[in-house]
Design a protein around this ligand. Structure first.
Ligand code: 5GP
Ligand code: MG
Length: 177
């Protein structure tokens, strides 16, 4: 009954708020006078994106895409496919992808390539967290919140087996050093 692992605090809500504010300022500067489409990668980015867009002071649209999940637990199967498509025409538009975490880089590398084929005017990536020690495919992150250690993260949208997305802080799970 009580086998659920205990999340340990990594970044608290004040630290997250400061990081999101900083990202919003950078993004606001770069997209002034534009009308970009922000594409959130479901499900993990929904909390981050909700906080971020409310700090952006220029016209924008939002859309979402869902990529194949890596299944239960913590390990990646390596295969990436689109499970739920965007519903906007992005040809000729400025597109900013919003991701919760870049780990091996496979999901985001696949997605940027996939979206590029739809011929957006520009295509950039904003990630809340980056785990560079795990990278297998090179990825350019244009706007980054936190660089994180090789630990499994939950909270602030991130899940373990669909749990913990509602934690207001970013936490680590398990005790791998
Ligand atoms: P990548 O394709 O870069 O290996 O992994 C990207 C996806 O794997 C993320 O969008 C996220 O869904 C999942 N992922 C990778 N690392 C973590 C982590 O530490 N915690 C959680 N909850 N998901 C992760
Ligand atoms: Mg994700």
């Amino acid at each position: 009954m009580n086998s659920q692992p205990e999340p340990q605090l990594l970044f608290n809500r004040q630290e997250i708020e400061a990081a999101v504010k900083k990202l919003a300022n950078e993004i606001s500067e770069d997209y002034q006078g534009k009308n970009p489409i922000l594409i959130g990668i479901l499900k993990g980015s929904f909390v981050f994106m909700a906080d971020l867009v409310r700090l952006l002071n220029f016209p924008l649209e939002v859309d979402f895409i869902r990529l194949s999940s890596y299944g239960r637990g913590k390990e990646s199967s390596g295969e990436v496919t689109v499970v739920q498509e965007i519903s906007t025409q992005i040809k000729g538009r400025d597109v900013l992808v919003i991701e919760d975490i870049v780990d091996t880089g496979r999901s985001v590398a696949f997605l940027m390539d996939y979206l590029k084929k739809k011929k957006p005017a520009s295509l950039k990536l904003c990630a809340l967290t980056d785990k560079p020690s795990r990278r297998q495919v090179p990825v350019t992150i244009n706007y980054l919140g936190f660089t994180v250690p090789d630990r499994f993260l939950v909270g602030y949208g991130l899940d373990w087996d669909e749990k913990f997305r509602n934690l207001p802080d970013i936490c680590t799970l398990g005790d791998n050093e």
